[in-house]
Design a protein around this ligand. Structure first.
Ligand code: GDG
Length: 469
């Protein structure tokens, strides 16, 4: 079997205790290495004044981890700058928040080139290479320029927007061209796949070769939806374990007979956290009898705090929270509980299970694994109800949820009411539909489907001389 080379911005090395606080992507990629020899390459997360051009290598069983340090300038331009201040907002349809600078873009290309240089020295001709996410779009072009003709796949974890939206970003034509240096490109939904194919056809001199294949300069790229999944049975098991963690015990004790609504998101403006709090407030205003009878717990670990838009979001959330709790709280009842620390996955699973409503209302989201985890964690005899944004990729698969437009706070407020009052038979019927989908399309389906398709691609991609890049 060919070796698997995974490349992602951050690398998750299993800890020696075997316990893991790994996020969804780490779980997914570990699954991809099951039964395969491989290498996982990426940024160490460290900044160094004089980083080595060679990665630090750590061997763990059949997987080798290769870690690169960055300079402070690389981190600022490549990671915080172009990837997270220019690309991330545009990909999430927030053109007004996108801050483009030529220096950041040059830094993005420079880091991709230096990663490609270090990686190329570790690659064998028959290795399968799987690159992840928007930090690394130009990596295949850089590898081809270094003479690699391997099969290279790319998975884009966040939305791919309509051509008119991506077209607002300076350099977008180059990014679209760079996509065609991959053999296979996976996106989360059919809508994203259609957007990306149309973008390439409109901006590059490409032609449509088959329904999901784009041809450019003699090479072919297949662009398809591969909705990312979760470790369904692992999550179901974690949720069944007795709830021993302090946070779960305290939550259960403080709830009493109240119903729990839960939201879990990285603190990111794409997740719609202040908008969701205001929708919950709308629900309280329209349903005064529910005051004191329902509590909304929002877990939102801080992320990317060095990016100014995230610091500003953090202030907005705190202000919104304070205002709502001040206006509607009563002695003995705080409407919204807000927690910014990250908790172990087992704790999340336990909290999902006791929540009557999973409130997942991003303004835009590639997939949203929290929606899937919430469904996985429910008690089959008495499941809760998922309220899900139509702009989360997960909405294409989870039709058993109450689907809402997060821009319509009155609609979200009504959905909360419907979810809280839904009878058990309907909750079970809706939940079973979703559970079947998640069991069928679980994490091993996702990794196998992508890698099988990549391995089966006809080789049309060629190594190029550096001059032709
Ligand atoms: C990107 C795309 C796409 C959250 N808080 C804690 C914690 N989490 C875990 C959740 C979930 C993961 O983080 C978040 O995944 P999402 O899918 O919701 O969102 P992003 O981080 O934005 O991920 C997204 C995803 O990539 C995968 O392709 O679905 O659309 O934006 O697994 O459980 N985990 C722990 N403690 C926490 O407090 N342990």
């Amino acid at each position: 079997m060919a070796r698997l080379i995974v490349v992602s911005n951050r690398v998750s090395i299993p800890d020696p205790t075997g316990k893991s606080s790994a996020g969804g992507l780490a779980v997914a990629l570990r699954e991809a290495f099951q039964g395969r020899e491989g290498l996982w390459f990426g940024w160490s997360g460290k900044v160094s004044a004089h980083p080595s051009a060679e990665p630090k290598v750590i061997d763990k069983g059949h997987v080798r981890y290769a870690l690169m340090d960055l300079t402070a300038t690389d981190r600022r331009e490549y990671y915080s700058g172009f990837a997270n201040r220019a690309l991330w907002p545009v990909m999430h349809y927030r053109i007004g928040l996108s801050e483009f600078s030529r220096a950041d873009y040059a830094g993005y290309l420079r880091v991709n080139r230096s990663f490609a240089g270090a990686l190329a020295r570790l690659i064998r001709p028959d290795d399968l290479i799987w690159v992840h996410d928007y930090h690394l779009i130009p990596l295949a072009s850089e590898l081809r320029a270094l003479g690699l003709a391997n099969r290279i796949g790319y998975f884009h974890h966040i939305p791919w927007p309509a051509p008119e939206v991506i077209g607002t970003l300076p350099g977008s034509q180059d990014l679209l061209r760079a996509i065609t240096d991959y053999d296979l490109v996976g996106v989360q939904t059919e809508r994203d796949a259609d957007n990306l194919r149309r973008g390439i056809l409109q901006e590059c001199d490409a032609t449509q070769h088959a329904a999901d294949v784009i041809a450019l300069d003699g090479r072919q790229t297949r662009v398809k939806g591969f909705p990312i999944a979760i470790d369904m049975s692992g999550f179901e098991q974690a949720a069944r374990r007795p709830a021993t963690h302090r946070l779960i015990r305290q939550t259960v004790a403080s709830l009493g007979s109240r119903s729990l609504i839960i939201g879990v998101d990285r603190l990111d403006y794409s997740k719609g956290i202040p908008e969701r709090m205001e929708s919950f407030e709308r629900f309280l205003i329209s349903n005064p009898d529910q005051c004191g009878r329902v509590t909304y717990l929002q877990i939102a670990p801080t992320s990317r705090s060095e990016v100014p838009e995230y610091a500003s979001l953090s202030r907005t959330v705190s202000e919104t929270l304070g205002r709502i709790n001040g206006a509607h709280g009563e002695p003995g009842w705080v409407p919204i509980h807000y927690v910014t620390s990250a908790y172990p996955r087992s704790v999340l699973a336990g909290l999902y299970r006791i929540a009557r409503v999973g409130l997942v209302t991003p303004m835009r989201d590639g997939m949203n694994l929290v929606a899937k985890e919430y469904v996985a964690a429910q008690d089959p005899e008495d499941p809760g109800v998922l309220v899900l944004s139509k702009f989360a990729g997960a909405a294409e698969q989870l039709g058993g949820a109450i689907i809402v437009n997060p821009n319509d706070k009155a609609e979200v407020a009504e959905a909360i009411g419907v979810a809280l009052h839904m009878d058990r038979a309907e909750r079970i019927a809706r939940w079973r539909r979703m559970r079947e989908v998640l069991r069928r399309y679980d994490i091993s389906w996702w990794t196998n489907a992508f890698l099988k398709e990549l391995a089966g691609q006809r080789r049309t991609q060629k190594a190029r001389s550096p001059a032709s890049v």
